[in-house]
Design a protein around this ligand. Sequence first.
Ligand code: TNX
Length: 513
Amino acid sequence: FLSGVLMLTTSSCKETYPPTNLTQHSVIPLPASVMATNQTFVLDEEVSIRVEEGDESFKNEALRLAEMLRNATGHDFEVEEADKPAWFGNSIMIKKAAEGQPLPASGYVLDIQETQLSITALSAEGVFYGIQTLRQILPSQVEKTGELQSPVLIPTGIIRDWPQYEYRGMMLDVARHFFDVPAVKKVIDYLALYKINTLHLHLSDDQGWRIEIESWPNLTTHGGSTEVGGGEGGFFTKEDYKEIVAYAGDKHITIVPEIDMPGHTNAALASYPELNCDGKATELYTGMKVGFSTLCTDKEITYEFVNDVVREIAEMTPGPWFHIGGDESHSTEQEDYEYFMSRAREIVKSHGKQMIGWDEVAHADLDETDVVQFWAKEENALLGVQKGAKLLMSPSKHAYIDMKYDENSRLGLDWAGPSEVDDAYNWDPVHLVEGIEKVDILGVEAPLWAETIEMLDDIEYLMFPRILGIAEIGWTATENRRWDEYRVRLGQHRDRMKAMGIDFYESPLVPWQ
Ligand code: TNX
């Protein structure tokens, strides 16, 4: 009888909710492990967000979470510095993992219990990823302003999660068509939700030079003045570039700048006659052909130019990498190409950066600090690995998100495609090139070339949903990935993409719901 009374009193002051199932919430990329405990954490206006005192970067993440919830619900959530849960009401705790915990540096544990939800990590980056996972567990209204109704019921359970690869990237070509700072920031916002941590900016090509270089001002004033199709082009001032770097850095995204050379350089050759072997400036170019331009590899001024450009950009770039292109230099003799690349690499190193180059660069001098971006030739990938370099995997058949989805796609090229959502998902970095092992691979990247795209909507259409698959390939262990299961999870991201205002391709291969 007594226990009956007790049960009555406890259950009368606590609401009961139907059993939940955390494993049915579609998180992309799929976490390393998800365990459901079938109860409910109630997120209402009484919840206090708490972070241990001491580490500013952890406090920043707590503030970020509070801001996300404030924006979605309209309610002000306070962030308190405390290492214990609140006396009354439920608590969200942001905690630093004890050193020596079996958790990789960028991993996190999201532990959701009935009265306490905690995110534990060794680094702020790990907390950030925990927040992105929580965001995907919340209803899609969290992506809008003022539309999330409180209380929000969150399923309980434990997620332990960490990435497989250190470099999970996308490339945006701002040279063929220029995209301005607000557009680039939007792309950064999108990448962050899927735990992509690198944005490679293709800043120069035959059709345009897009980054201000003080010592060579004509590069932008003349070389930046057009684009594919003859539009007005544009460029980033140094302030613009720094703004992008800082905005990305806040979301734990590293910017990798690329200046493509010695080919793909017509915009520079048109701006400075002395960079040409015959001393004459070329005409600006607005077509789509590749492989016709080259810097003059046996003139000393060429290396002064490269040094100035790399120095000015490296100074504004906190990340470790500098990409020097090196692709499709069809009008540079092979011997000249190798000589040029070896010198350009020395210049990059002298400014404290590690070189990345498209796979042709494997023919230059390389060591274990260099990165070869595989896109076309397997023998180049193998040669790079033999020289000790790491590989960045961007196989054009799978990872090129500038390809059409099918022959009816309104945008995109087709030389390596078409590339449907399953083509972009169904591949594994380790099994692309025979003889390559996981330790040889730095990560994966999806290049978005911009010959056919002119505005943010176009970027979204080619990016989504393929970028989610690339994000999962970079994050989730191969043995946990299956297209049949993934397509269902992807289908459940429809409302979230819509809530974010993303103009995505509704592939017939995906059960959208
Ligand atoms: C090849 S991929 C290129 C680019 C083009 C792209 C179009 C690579 C290293 N070079 O110059 O924009 O194809 O898909």
